[in-house]
Design a protein around this ligand. Structure first.
Ligand code: CA
Length: 458
C-alpha cells in the first residue's frame, strides 16, 4: 500500500514542470510567515501581490513562504483554517456558507502558489493533523453518547470519517493531547493515517513544497515522521510550543527524519532580554535557553508569529540576532509589512543600513544564505560573533543602555571593517569603521539596545 502510494507520488512529481523562468534573487536562507490572525478575507490576493517584493530584497530572495492552513474550516469563510472540516476543500466546494475559504478560492490559491514558484520560492502548507471540526452529530458507541464526529457529508467525498476516527476510538483511547474540545484524530486507526498521507500527497501535487505542522504536542512524534516521509520527505517544521529545551530535544530525537522545530526557547529568551534593560544578551546562545545554540540544523528561529507578538521594545535586536546567526530564521508578515521593520521601524531617523531588508542582504551576500558562526566574546551586555565560511561578517549585539564594545580577534587581517547594518532605538548613528591589525584584532562596538554588523569594505 505504502509503496504504491510512493510510486504514485513519483509519477505525479515527474509531471510537474520545473520551477523557474522568472527567478529573481539568490536565496538568503530565510522563511517568511505570510499571514497573521484575522487577515482580511481574500488574503491570497495580497499574498500574490507580495511575491515580487519578497523575491528581490537588495538582490536576495526568501526561500519559503508559509501559507495559512488551506482547507475549509468549520467556520467557513471566517475560519483561519485551524479547524479543518473538509481537507480537500481548498475553496472549490460550496459548503459551510461559501465556496471560498477565508483566503479565497482554489483558483486564488493556485495563482498565489504560482506567483511564488515563478520566483523559485517554495510554499509551505500549514497542516493541522491533531483535530477536525464541523462534523454532524451522531451516536458514538465508544462513548455511549452523541458526538460531532460524522464527516460522511463533506462535499469532496474524501476522508468520510466517523466516530472511530477519533478518541476514544476502538484503536486507542487517547493520545498526547487534545485541542479546544475538537474531535481528536486517532492516527493509530490505519485508514485515518492513510487518508491523511494521501491528502498530503494531493497537496504536494497542488503545489505545496513543504509543511508547517500545527500543534505537534497533540499527537505522537511518529505521526509527524510518517507524514513527512510519506509525502516526499519535504522541508518540514513543527510547532512544538514549549520553552523547555530538553523536551524539544527528546521530541526531535523521537520524530527523527530531520523535522525542524520553531525555537520557542529562544523566542522567550529574546522576549525577556528585549523587554528589560537588565537581561543577559549571552543567553541567546545558552544551551538551556535557546534550541539553536546546540541544534542549528533543526532550528527555525523567529521573533514573532501569528500567536505570539510580545516583543514590543527593540524587536530589531531580536531580528539582528536571528538573521545573522545559524538556524533558519522566519520573518513575520506584520513586522515586515505593517510595523515598518523592513526598513528598521519609525522611532529614529532611518538610514540605509537599518532594518530587516539590510539583514537579509547580510545573510545572503555575506553569509551565503547559510552562515557558520564562531562566537568571539560574550558577557551580560554584549555578544560578539563572526561568520567564518563565506565572505563573512562580525556582529556585535548590545542590550545595555549605553554604547558597548570589546577588543576581539577576527578572521580579517589588516582590513577596514565597515558597519554595513545596524539599528538602535536609542542612538541610531552609524558605528564608525575600524581597521584590524596583522592578527585580525580590533575593538568593535554596538549602539545601546541595538546591533552592528561589520564587514570588509565592499
Ligand atoms: Ca491528539
Amino acid at each position: 500500500m505504502k509503496v504504491a502510494r510512493i510510486l504514485l507520488f513519483l509519477v505525479l512529481l515527474s509531471l510537474i514542470t520545473p520551477l523557474g523562468g522568472l527567478q529573481n534573487g539568490e536565496k538568503a536562507g530565510v522563511i517568511f510567515q505570510g499571514f497573521y490572525w484575522d487577515v482580511p478575507e481574500g488574503w491570497y490576493g495580497v499574498l500574490t501581490d507580495a511575491a515580487y517584493d519578497l523575491s528581490d530584497i537588495h538582490g536576495y530572495s526568501i526561500d519559503y513562504i508559509w501559507f495559512p492552513p488551506p482547507s475549509k474550516g468549520m467556520s467557513g469563510s471566517i475560519s483561519m483554517g485551524y479547524d479543518p472540516y473538509d481537507y480537500y476543500d481548498l475553496g472549490q466546494y460550496d459548503q459551510k456558507g461559501s465556496v471560498e475559504t477565508r483566503f479565497g478560492t482554489f483558483n486564488d490559491l493556485q495563482r498565489a502558489i504560482d506567483a511564488y514558484h515563478s520566483y523559485g520560492i517554495g510554499v509551505i502548507g500549514d497542516i493541522v493533523l491533531n483535530h477536525r471540526g464541523g462534523g454532524e452529530l451522531e451516536y458514538n458507541p465508544n462513548t455511549g453518547s452523541e458526538s460531532y464526529t460524522d464527516f460522511s457529508g463533506v462535499a469532496s467525498g474524501k476522508c468520510l470519517w466517523n466516530y472511530d476516527a477519533f478518541h476514544p476510538s476502538s484503536y486507542a483511547q487517547n493520545d498526547a493531547g487534545t485541542f479546544g474540545g475538537f474531535p481528536d484524530v486517532c492516527h493509530t486507526n490505519d485508514s485515518v493515517m492513510n487518508d491523511l498521507v494521501d491528502w498530503g500527497l494531493w497537496l504536494r501535487n497542488a503545489g505545496f513544497d513543504g509543511w508547517r505542522l500545527d500543534y505537534v504536542k497533540g499527537y505522537y512524534p511518529w505521526v509527524a515522521e510518517e507524514f513527512k516521509n510519506s509525502t516526499g520527505d519535504p522541508f518540514c517544521v513543527a510547532e512544538l510550543w514549549d520553552r523547555n529545551v530538553n523536551l524539544i530535544e527528546q521530541w526531535v530525537y523521537d520524530a527523527g527524519s530531520g523535522i525542524m522545530v520553531f525555537d520557542y526557547p529562544l523566542y522567550y529568551t529574546m522576549r525577556d532580554v528585549c523587554m528589560a534593560t537588565d537581561g543577559d544578551i549571552s543567553s541567546f546562545i545558552s544551551r538551556d535557553a535557546s534550541f539553536v545554540a546546540a541544534h542549528p540544523e533543526l532550528s527555525v528561529t523567529f521573533a514573532a508569529n501569528h500567536d505570539t507578538d510580545e516583543i514590543i521594545d527593540d524587536k530589531m535586536l531580536a531580528y539582528g540576532f536571528i538573521l545573522t546567526y545559524e538556524g533558519m530564521p522566519c520573518v513575520w508578515w506584520k513586522d515586515y509589512f505593517d510595523y515598518g521593520l523592513d526598513k528598521g521601524g519609525a522611532e529614529e531617523p532611518l538610514q540605509e543600513g537599518n532594518g530587516i531588508d539590510k539583514l537579509i542582504w547580510v545573510r545572503g551576500y555575506l553569509g551565503g544564505g547559510a552562515p557558520e558562526i564562531e562566537v568571539l566574546y560574550g558577557d551580560k551586555d554584549i555578544l560578539i560573533y563572526q561568520e567564518t565560511e563565506h565572505k563573512g561578517y562580525v556582529v556585535v549585539l548590545n542590550d545595555s543602555t549605553e554604547w558597548k564594545g570589546n577588543y576581539i580577534k577576527t578572521r580579517f587581517i589588516n582590513e577596514n571593517l565597515e558597519c554595513v547594518a545596524w539599528s538602535s532605538t536609542v542612538d541610531n548613528s552609524r558605528p564608525v569603521s575600524k581597521r584590524t591589525d596583522s592578527m585580525g584584532g580590533t575593538d568593535l562596538w554596538a549602539p545601546p539596545r541595538g546591533y552592528a554588523v561589520y564587514a570588509p569594505e565592499v
